[in-house]
Design a protein around this ligand. Structure first.
Ligand code: FAD
Length: 414
């Protein structure tokens, strides 16, 4: 069943301006063309690279399996086919919503009939004394800068990885594969406790050690300083750690500052409705969008930094703008992470306070699948190296399903 959305549908006379030439911006451009929009599209990006894919940066690229160019999504052929105008290396500095005009850092401006905000997030910096020497992994340039340092290091060099979350764990895994000695420094009692909850983080606890990676938890880091050739990490209650390189994976910050005077509602992201619409001519998609998410419990406002969500946003918004209709199908968030030689996958957007229980496999074997539930209703599915079981269980959150019923149906066994 399709619902009618109160937006003017696009005609070939419209000019769509997409700010942020990243994953969501590019996927949206592709989706507009696929859905039949023939008018002009301008894609504005502050990076010097054509749209590329970020997940491989901390996986295949860092491990040395892929050249950076392999991450490119908008190849010259794709770009030509899309007919989109790409303006790279120039940041948007302001948006005049009434005039539907984007102001750029080089003093120029671009006017469109629709402006789609897809500026994503940036890596959080922790402002250490040696911030300029501390690495993050968000962009191609970040990885190039890190590689330049890694190339000068011998096997067995100590690399401090601050943050044991998804990016930190993936980076440590890749570095270990390359013969370095990563030491993961996590502030919390256990990695991912604040994302997946206390039980799941407990089930994942031994993975780093089994992969031969040192993980230190409950770390209170005071500073990182450059001392001769080394970076010295100092702690509140531990001896200093000397490392040849430091990587920080401490979460991301939405790129919304350029919208400060736009009048748009900004609340930890660009606030948009269920169809990703902010005003009659402005929308936001991907990591930067704080959107109304309809799910089996009702509607809540969320901002989710998942590749699949950015992809679904792009397809959904294009469909709404081209047809004026939105599908009634629920968006099911999906996330994966390859770390310590295992694959963690998550469906849904469960809360850390949700009840969670393993329904398939076992922690001893490091192969399991668990269901999250809230008020007796399934709210998420999480698995460790059980991709098939997880995907078969998606039905449990596409429709409101009681935990009791889920256990009887057990779709993961099919
Ligand atoms: P981005 O891809 O960040 O694109 C935004 C673009 O806008 C950037 O190029 C940015 O520079 C540009 N921009 C910002 N401000 C401006 C401005 N003012 N003017 C012009 N341009 C601007 N997700 C998963 O689900 N699974 C994974 O395993 C996974 N691994 C990841 C690994 C890494 C290293 C990273 C960094 C992310 C990973 N993600 C993963 C998350 C996923 O990549 C993001 O959800 C996705 O890239 C979001 O797309 P986006 O277009 O919203 O943002």
């Amino acid at each position: 069943m399709a619902r009618h959305v109160r937006v003017r549908t696009l005609s070939a006379d419209d000019h769509v301006v997409v700010v942020g030439a990243g994953f969501a911006g590019w996927r949206f451009t592709e989706a507009l063309r696929r859905d039949g929009f023939a008018g002009p599209i301008t894609l504005i990006g502050d990076e010097h690279h054509a749209p590329y894919d970020r997940p491989p940066l901390s996986k295949n690229v860092l491990v040395g399996k892929w050249e950076l160019d392999k991450t490119t999504l908008a190849t010259p052929e794709h770009l030509e086919k899309s007919g989109a105008t790409l303006r790279l290396g120039v940041a948007a500095t302001g948006l005049d919503v009434a005039a539907s005009t984007v102001h750029l850092a080089d003093g120029s401006s671009v006017q469109g009939s629709w402006v789609v905000i897809a500026t994503g997030t940036r890596a959080r910096h922790l402002n250490y004394g040696a911030d300029a020497q501390v690495h993050t992994i968000r962009s191609r340039d970040d990885v190039e800068a890190l590689e330049a340092v890694l190339r000068g290091l011998g096997a067995g060099s100590t690399i401090a990885v601050i943050g044991g979350g998804f990016i930190g764990a993936e980076a440590a895994t890749a570095l270990r594969t390359r013969g370095f000695e990563p030491i993961v420094l996590e502030a919390a009692q256990r990695p991912l406790i604040g994302v997946l909850g206390p039980e799941v983080s407990l089930w994942l606890e031994g993975l780093a050690t089994k992969a031969g990676i040192e993980l230190r938890t409950s770390q209170r880091i005071l500073d990182v300083k450059l001392v001769k050739q080394d970076l010295v990490v100092s702690f509140q209650d531990d001896v200093d750690l000397s490392a040849r390189a430091v990587i920080v994976g401490a979460g991301a910050v939405p790129n919304v500052e350029w919208l400060a005077t736009s009048g748009l509602e900004i609340d930890g992201g660009v606030v948009v409705d269920e169809n990703l619409i902010a005003t009659s001519t402005v929308a936001a998609i991907g990591d930067v969008a704080s959107f109304s998410w309809r799910n089996v419990f009702g509607t809540e406002r969320v901002r989710i930094e998942h590749w699949q969500v950015a992809n679904d946003h792009a397809a959904h918004l294009a469909h709404v703008l081209v047809t004026g209709e939105a599908s009634a199908q629920l968006l099911i968030p999906y996330f994966w992470s390859d770390q310590y030689g295992k694959k963690i996958q998550l469906l849904g957007h469960p809360r850390t306070s949700d009840h969670v229980e393993i329904v398939h496999g076992s922690v001893e074997d490091d192969q399991w699948m668990a269901l999250y539930s809230r008020d007796g209703i399934v709210s998420g599915v999480v698995s460790l190296s059980q991709p098939r079981a997880l995907m078969l269980s998606k039905v449990l959150i596409e429709e409101r399903t009681s935990l009791e019923d889920a256990l009887v149906r057990a779709p993961w066994l099919r």
